[in-house]
Design a protein around this ligand. Structure first.
Ligand SMILES: [Zn+2]
Length: 244
């Protein structure tokens, strides 16, 4: 008998991107896209990261040989400037895409991964809107009983910046090796858009406020599916992806 052909299916990372995008689209967000090969201008300058700022090194950027001031984007935030220059607030966008970091790989770091950026700009936007949006989307992804905590964090393009933790999915907060006994797992960074970022795009920061968030999709997927090593997702090993 002829061997039955195996059917293809959607990659787990695509599943997670689709699920998040669906939730945000239901909340009125629109999809925006930008190039993976990006200018320093959009990847750093307009995001309030000065030329001599250590975060340009901290992010371990891939520079393009032979092309002046071009990089492989280190963050989907690079689309913020492009979008804000050409659209008037209010707007809500989501930006899914691949980003690149020139760093050694280990179980939780890879040199390429996906982010799904969210950006909301308009009059009277506050941190409470950010909190409400993120809590809603994390509940959709992980279930209604998700618990989060917001801590201060630093990113040059937001002020104030926050880091968001979720109660450890493994021990439910009791403490275990996965959460290093803290009961919490860091899931993403976010914050209120820095006035300099709005002004760089020609948006009046006295009148408009905004928030942005940019989780790594692989990280969200690792927590959702209990995958221990981020590198499994891009390994091309069908024994891994066929489990989903
Ligand atoms: Zn734990």
């Amino acid at each position: 008998m002829e061997k039955q052909k195996e059917k293809g299916h959607i990659h787990p990372i695509t599943y997670v991107i689709n699920e998040i995008a669906q939730t945000l689209i239901e909340m009125g967000f629109e999809v925006a896209l930008g190039p993976e090969m990006e200018s320093e201008h959009y990847n750093f300058d307009v995001l309030n990261v000065p030329r001599d700022h250590p975060s340009r090194d901290m992010q371990d950027t891939f520079w393009i040989k032979g092309l002046k001031e071009m990089v492989l984007r280190t963050q989907t935030s690079s689309v913020q400037g492009r979008y804000m220059e050409t659209h008037k607030p209010p707007f809500k966008i989501l930006v899914p895409g691949k980003v690149f970091r020139n760093e050694a790989t280990d179980m939780t770091h890879d040199f390429q991964f996906f982010q799904i950026e969210g950006l909301v700009v308009g009059e009277g936007i506050t941190l409470a809107h950010l909190k409400g949006t993120l809590n809603h989307y994390l509940r959709k992804l992980y279930g209604e009983d998700v618990q989060t905590q917001f801590r201060p964090g630093f990113f040059p393009f937001v002020e104030p910046g926050v880091e968001i933790d979720m109660v450890c999915f493994r021990c439910k907060g009791k403490g275990c090796p996965t959460c290093k006994q803290s009961g919490w797992i860091e899931i993403l960074g976010a914050g209120m858009v820095h006035p300099n970022v709005l002004e760089a795009a020609g948006i009046d920061s006295k009148k408009n406020q905004g928030f942005a968030f940019g989780p790594g999709v692989e990280r969200l997927a690792m927590l959702k599916y209990g995958v221990e090593d981020i590198r499994h997702f891009s390994s091309g090993d069908l024994r891994v992806v066929n489990q989903f």
